[in-house]
Ligand binder design. Structure first.
Ligand code: AMP
Length: 286
């Protein structure tokens, strides 16, 4: 596996890697890698002949400096895991390389980025859209993989590709979960053992609400019950818990496929997000 740190080493390494006719799949990450990230690498290997990853904790997408400062960094272990997963190249840019003095461009996506994470983390999706566009333009992969765990992020990135025509196929990968159902996340490592065991209330509440709505139950009360379950189950705040159109991320008062339940809530000072698809059960005789 080639490890690239200097910007001027990237182009020749990529040229050599792609050779003639190879496809290249990119997996952008912020490091602190877990099995969810590695599932993206495995999927990348399945769709393309070459696989590259990036590790970059992007300061532009952190609206809270404390969150940036305590973001877990485990570079040595990350490199070992990427190599073992069969990654061909990893690029670790620095903030100064991606955002040199005078950097002034911002990619801002209207509509799909405005609610939910966009509302609770002002500037977050501008940072995501800007860095992802930069990484895609620098690496020029044929495919790029992103997790459905960050459902709104995936929708924003699909919008960027559709609008700017960078020429990359954007692929989403289903959320990888721990044995108890908690979505894998680099932030889980920040939870105390006690809060970690309680955090499973998040997927549990989403599944309970999804089942209720799928069976024809009223949306509002199902969402309220799920929020109450989070607050009584150890979460201190619920930023949002909503039923949304899967593509536009607009809230739904009545179920309409394709739809998802999305949520963000904090436990022990750690903010977690999750989402699940919801499907309507076939109602016989209606
Ligand atoms: P991050 O390092 O958190 O920015 O994540 C890098 C990529 O991995 C993003 O596309 C995430 O959506 C994806 N990812 C993170 N956690 C998971 C998970 N549990 N399952 C699947 N993909 C994930």
């Amino acid at each position: 596996m080639q490890i690239i740190r200097a910007l001027d080493a990237l182009k020749p390494a990529l040229a050599q890697l792609r050779g003639s006719g190879d496809t290249l799949a990119l997996v952008p990450t912020m490091g602190a890698l877990h099995d969810g990230h590695l599932a993206l690498v495995a999927e990348a290997k399945a769709v393309a002949t070459r696989v590259a990853a990036t590790i970059f904790v992007n300061p532009l997408q952190f609206n809270d400096p404390k969150d940036l400062a305590r973001y877990p960094r485990t570079e040595e272990a990350d490199l070992a895991r990427l190599e073992a997963a069969g990654c061909d190249l990893v690029w670790l840019p620095t903030p100064a390389q991606l955002y040199p003095d005078g950097f002034a461009t911002n990619i801002s996506v209207r509509g799909v980025s405005e609610r939910w994470e966009g509302e609770h983390r002002p500037g977050h999706f501008d940072g995501v859209a800007t860095v992802v566009a930069k990484l895609l333009l620098a690496v020029r992969p044929t495919h790029a993989l992103f997790g459905e765990k960050d459902w709104q992020q995936l929708a924003v990135i699909r919008r960027v590709e559709a609008d700017l025509g960078i020429g990359v196929e954007i692929l989403g990968h289903p959320t990888v979960r721990e044995a108890d159902g908690l979505a894998m996340s680099s932030r889980n490592a920040l939870l105390s053992p006690e809060k970690r065991s309680k955090a499973v209330a998040l997927p549990t509440a989403l599944h309970a609400a999804g089942k209720e709505i799928g069976a024809g139950g009223a949306v509002g009360p199902a969402l309220e019950r799920a929020k109450a379950a989070l607050l009584s189950g150890g979460f201190s705040t619920v930023d949002y818990l909503a039923l949304v159109d899967s593509r536009s991320l607009e809230p739904l008062e009545k179920p309409r496929e394709p739809m998802r339940l999305i949520a963000a809530a904090s436990i022990g000072g750690v903010r977690l997000i999750d989402n699940i698809p919801v499907t309507l059960e076939q109602q016989v005789g209606r």
